[in-house]
Design a protein around this ligand. Structure first.
Ligand code: CDP
Length: 199
C-alpha cells in the first residue's frame, strides 16, 4: 500500500520545505497543492473554467510564487466549485507507489483523511513573515499583514478551511532550523513506516 504524508499549515510555516525534504529522503513523489490554486488564480477569467482547464505546464508559469499570486490563490481557493474540480487529481496523486507527500491546507482533513502521517506545521506570525519576506525580497511588515489576511481568509472559509486534522502531529518550526524541522519530520515518518504491516 502506498504511504501518504499530508502536510498542512498556514502560509510560510515551512510546509513546502519539509515536504520536499521528506520526498527526497524517502523517494516519494511530492505535490505542492498551493501551486494548483496559485495557477488557477493567475490564469484569470472564470476560476472554475480555469481549474477545469489546468495543465501541468500551467504550474510552471513565472511569478506563481509572488505575494500577489498567493493572494489571488486564496481568493479562488474559497470557491467550492474550484476546490471540487481539483480533488480527484490530488487524490490520485496521493496513492502513487512507493509514496507521496502533499502539502497544502486541507490535505489531512479533506483530500487524504486516511494518510499514514499528518503533519500540521506552524510558526509564529512574525517568523513566517520574516522568512517569506527574505525569500521574496520584500518588506517584512507588509508581508506580515498579507500573511495574516490570507490565513484569515483560508481559516474562515466555509469549504475545506485551514485546520489541523484531529490526528495531525503539530510541528512548531518557530525556533527550529530547517535541518532540525526536517529531522523531526523524518523521525515521525520512520516511526510510522516501521509500524506499517509488511507488504
Ligand atoms: O506557500 P504558502 O504557504 O504561502 O501558500 P501556498 O501553499 O502556495 O497556498 C496558496 C494559497 O492557496 C493558500 O493561501 C490557500 O488559500 C490556497 N490553498 C488551499 O486552499 N488549499 C490547499 N490545499 C493549498 C493551497
Amino acid at each position: 500500500m502506498p504511504f501518504t504524508i499530508a502536510i498542512d499549515g498556514p502560509a510560510a510555516s515551512g510546509k513546502g520545505t519539509i515536504a520536499r525534504a521528506l520526498a527526497q529522503r524517502f523517494g516519494f513523489l511530492h505535490l505542492d497543492t498551493g501551486l494548483l490554486y496559485r495557477a488557477v488564480g493567475a490564469m484569470g477569467g472564470d476560476p472554475v473554467a480555469a481549474a477545469r482547464a489546468l495543465t501541468p505546464e500551467d504550474l510552471l508559469r513565472p511569478g506563481l510564487r509572488s505575494a500577489e499570486a498567493g493572494q489571488a490563490a486564496s481568493r479562488v481557493a474559497a470557491i467550492p466549485e474550484v476546490r471540487a474540480v481539483l480533488v480527484d487529481f490530488q487524490r490520485r496523486f496521493a496513492v502513487q507507489e512507493p509514496g507521496a507527500v502533499l502539502d497544502g491546507r486541507d490535505i489531512g482533513t479533506v483530500i487524504c483523511p486516511g494518510a499514514q502521517l499528518k503533519l500540521y506545521v506552524v510558526a509564529r506570525d512574525e517568523t513566517r513573515a520574516a522568512r517569506r519576506a527574505a525569500e521574496l525580497g520584500v518588506d517584512p511588515t507588509e508581508m506580515l499583514a498579507q500573511l495574516r489576511e490570507r490565513d484569515a481568509r483560508d481559516a474562515d472559509r466555509a469549504t475545506a478551511p485551514l485546520r489541523a486534522a484531529p490526528d495531525a502531529v503539530v510541528l512548531d518550526t518557530t525556533a527550529l532550523t530547517i535541518d532540525e524541522a526536517v529531522a523531526r519530520a523524518v523521525a515521525l515518518v520512520e516511526d510510522r513506516l516501521s509500524a506499517q504491516p509488511a507488504p
